[in-house]
Ligand binder design. Structure first.
Ligand code: NAP
Length: 249
């Protein structure tokens, strides 16, 4: 359907070099978009961009550094005004109880997951306002931002924060045509959770998913295409949950 097409649109996907971000970038390109992917590891970024073909370029960026984000957005914009930003870059570097988390660990997660998404949104939205062209911002959050999951305290707080940012920015930017939504996945088969699912906790976590399996990155990408497209032109401030029913338990 034409309203689901991304023909003529340009998107920036942070963390697009693997996992969910890569699947989103691929789905965007399949829907007709041009895509800029960003991540820190330049080798992996170049490989991913090459795999995605002529409608993709990779630009290095560490979203924990607001200066890096500003440079990324400026460079991406030089290639053409952005219509879509996907704040997907995120980390979950440990799985431990709250009393065991250090100040440094706490800050590292907040800097990437929450602060990175915040300033990427602001950088892109300001340019969208100036260009008077509106756009779609999509935050990749998590069901951990909706329901309490043990040993995920800091991560969960960043994702819950992302939900509130989604709503506030959606409210503030609606009249200028910038829609802001979130996608909250449950467990997805990526490097991020490989180790966890290989551990003794893995079986228990899997057993808690009503649909009986982890999501694939492609299970998440379809919602991103919809939210980026004109088919979602009346959708803003929403959190789309893709969790195999996990939050029902
Ligand atoms: P992943 O496979 O580990 O991929 C993470 C991506 O983010 C990579 O491209 C990585 O590239 C990039 N990245 C990490 N830190 C970065 C930084 N400081 N600056 C720029 N890029 C950075 O993870 P994933 O599972 O696809 O996760 C993607 C998003 O989905 C995250 O926000 C995550 O919280 C969320 N999510 C995942 C799951 C899950 O079960 N997998 C569930 C719910 C939500 P570099 O390392 O090269 O920078």
């Amino acid at each position: 359907m034409e309203r689901f097409s991304l023909e003529g649109k340009t998107a920036l996907v942070t963390g697009g070099s693997r996992g969910i971000g890569f699947a989103v970038a691929r789905a965007f390109i399949e829907a007709g978009a041009r895509v800029v992917i960003a991540a820190r590891n330049e080798g992996q970024l170049a490989e991913a961009a090459a795999a995605l073909g002529v409608n993709c370029i990779g630009l290095r960026c560490d979203v924990s550094d607001p200066g890096d984000i500003a440079r990324l957005v400026a460079r991406a914009w030089e290639l053409g005004p952005l219509d879509v930003l996907v704040n997907n870059a995120g980390i979950s570097p440990y799985y431990k109880r709250a009393e065991l988390v250090s100040v440094e660990e706490f800050d590292a997660v907040v800097r990437v997951n929450l602060r990175g998404s915040y300033f990427a949104s602001v950088e892109v939205a300001r340019r969208m306002f100036e260009a008077g062209r509106g756009g779609s911002i999509i935050n990749v959050s998590s069901v951990a931002g909706i329901m309490p999951l043990e040993r995920q305290g800091v991560y969960a707080a960043t994702k819950a924060g992302l939900h509130q940012l989604t709503k506030v920015m959606a409210l503030e930017w609606a009249e200028r045509g910038v829609r802001v939504n979130a996608i909250a996945p449950g467990w997805v088969e990526t490097d991020l959770v490989d180790e966890l699912f290989a551990s003794r906790h893995g079986e228990r976590l899997r057993a808690d998913i009503p649909l009986g399996r982890l999501a694939t990155p492609d299970d998440v990408a379809g919602a991103a295409v919809w939210l980026a497209s004109d088919a979602a032109s009346y959708v803003t401030g929403s959190v789309v949950v893709i969790d195999g029913g996990r939050q029902l338990r």
